[in-house]
Design a protein around this ligand. Structure first.
Ligand code: FAD
Length: 459
């Protein structure tokens, strides 16, 4: 038996995407691992993020599919939707996944503590529920992030966040969403598809501003086409209770909106509040994020951090890779760090977005001369369905090397296309190699290898 002065080799705080991956791998390499989780094992992605959201996206897409099927000869009369069935089935699936995550951790040999944990010193964690301390050679902070709400707005507490939105008692009739990021846009489409009236209120000019501008513009147009009201350059100034479920939302523009659901989707903050990190000597950034080096080590030698709590790239596969790199480096003598270049991203709007690499703006700054190829068309499926939904594809090519450095798609299947394209783009594919690739007909994706003419924007 190994002799050590600590209870554990590794103690992980937070059993989300990153924490579970790091803990399982470390345990499989022989480390004695403890994991504390204050809510549910699986974390944001599984319990109240990617997974339940995608299930709700699927549910809402049927809202349009019944209508579009008519052009193909189907009759779908008297279709109806039952919110309670969706939520119950979704919860059953989340429970199943939660069980798998717990089993996987236990099977790897990790001890799970259902408790909030805080850092007491560089080698001690306090388990709040059990009111006791455990010691560890290393502590891994994997506490993720939490929705941010503008608490300076009177009545802000009348709104929900993504933490509550998955468990609403009933389908709202009129939803007002604050935010212009991917969560705001996705839920606008979800509620619209399920039959609610939706208004999106965004303080900036362009929604999805972290993406290529063509994506922002296209998605904005598609939201309007779906009948979602998009109000830009506006913020909530006050929310009032208006009897029953009703609320009245006052905007900075003077507009007043009535809603039975007000949803804050204005960003997330790293979960480091009250965690004892600063007291233990861990440097935090201005947003509360743990500052780490390329091996995810904090300013304290025995404390590491991965995933959203470090506010690097806040996506599940990134948290998982950071967790794996930490475990490989520390417990398998196989030093690794995460490579942040060409991480694909999606927005599950309707139609969805897939994007990898540089936006046109960033590519011009980085490479100077770039060639742009762009197409915008009505996909074949929409001819008989009557849907006016369009597909946009844009390739960004470094003119000097001919390398494709960005690829951005809005249209059905975009996230699936981008996951495959990301392999080629990361591997350094050139535009010539795109051109040499034979098309697959009839698909929307074939346009990616048939774009021949450089695009010049109408300025
Ligand atoms: P988390 O998964 O957030 O896990 C942190 C865990 O730590 C939580 O379970 C929390 O309860 C626990 N915890 C916190 N503090 C303590 C404490 N003191 N003691 C004990 N436990 C604690 N990403 C994608 O890649 N694709 C998507 O489509 C996508 N959709 C999303 C949709 C929504 C609505 C949201 C909110 C997020 C979405 N994300 C998506 C982001 C993704 O969920 C996160 O990037 C990912 O979960 C980060 O993993 P993590 O391990 O860093 O933290």
């Amino acid at each position: 038996m190994r002799m050590t002065k600590y209870d554990y080799d590794l103690f992980t705080i937070g059993a989300g995407s990153g924490g579970v991956r790091a803990s399982r791998l470390a345990a499989s390499y022989g480390a004695r691992v403890g994991v504390a989780e204050e809510y549910r094992v699986g974390g944001t992605c599984v319990i109240r993020g990617c997974v339940p959201k995608k299930l709700m996206v699927y549910a809402s897409e049927f809202g349009h599919a019944f209508e579009e099927a008519k052009g193909y000869g189907w009759t779908a009369e008297n279709v109806s939707f039952d919110w309670k069935t969706l939520i119950a089935n979704k919860d059953e699936e989340i429970d199943r996944l939660n069980g798998i995550y717990i089993r996987n951790l236990k099977n790897a040999g990790a001890d799970i503590f259902e408790s909030r944990a805080v850092v007491k010193d560089p080698h001690t964690v306090h388990l709040v529920k059990e009111n006791r301390d455990v010691t560890a050679e290393r502590i891994l902070i994997a506490t993720g992030g939490a929705p941010w709400v503008d608490e300076s707005v009177p009545g802000h507490e009348l709104g929900v966040t993504s933490n509550e939105v998955f468990h609403l008692e009933k389908l709202p009739r009129h939803v007002v969403i604050a935010g212009g990021g991917y969560i705001a846009v996705e839920f606008a489409c979800i509620f619209k598809g399920l039959g609610a009236e939706v208004t999106l209120v965004y303080r900036g000019e362009d929604i999805l501003r972290y993406f290529d501008r063509c994506i922002s513009v296209q998605v904005h147009d598609e939201l309007k086409r779906l009948g979602i009201h998009v109000l830009t350059q506006a913020v909530f100034t006050k929310i009032e209770a208006a009897g029953g479920d009703e609320k009245r939302v006052h905007l900075s523009t003077g507009t007043v909106l009535d809603a039975d659901l007000v949803f804050w989707a204005v960003g997330r903050k790293p979960s480091t509040q009250g965690l004892g990190l600063a007291e233990a000597g861990v440097k935090l950034g201005k947003n509360g994020e743990v500052i780490v080096d390329e091996f995810s080590k904090s300013s304290v030698d025995s404390i590491y951090a991965i995933g959203d709590v470090t506010d690097r790239v806040n996506l599940t596969p990134v948290a998982i890779r950071e967790g794996a790199a930490f475990a490989e480096t520390t417990y398998n003598n196989n030093p690794q760090s995460m490579d942040y270049a060409f991480i694909p991203a999606a927005v599950f709007s309707q139609p969805p977005v897939g994007s990898v690499g540089y936006s046109e703006y960033d590519a011009r700054k980085k490479f100077g001369a770039v060639d742009i190829y762009k197409t915008d068309f009505r996909p074949m499926k929409n001819t008989l369905s009557g849907s006016q939904q369009r597909t946009m594809m844009k390739l960004i090519v470094d003119a000097a090397s001919d390398r494709v450095v960005g690829c951005h798609i809005v249209g059905e299947g975009a996230p699936e296309m981008i996951q495959c394209l990301a392999i080629a783009v990361k591997a350094g594919v050139t535009k010539k190699q795109f051109d040499e690739t034979c098309a697959l007909h009839p698909t929307a994706a074939e346009e990616l290898v048939t774009m021949k003419t450089k695009w010049v924007p109408n300025l």
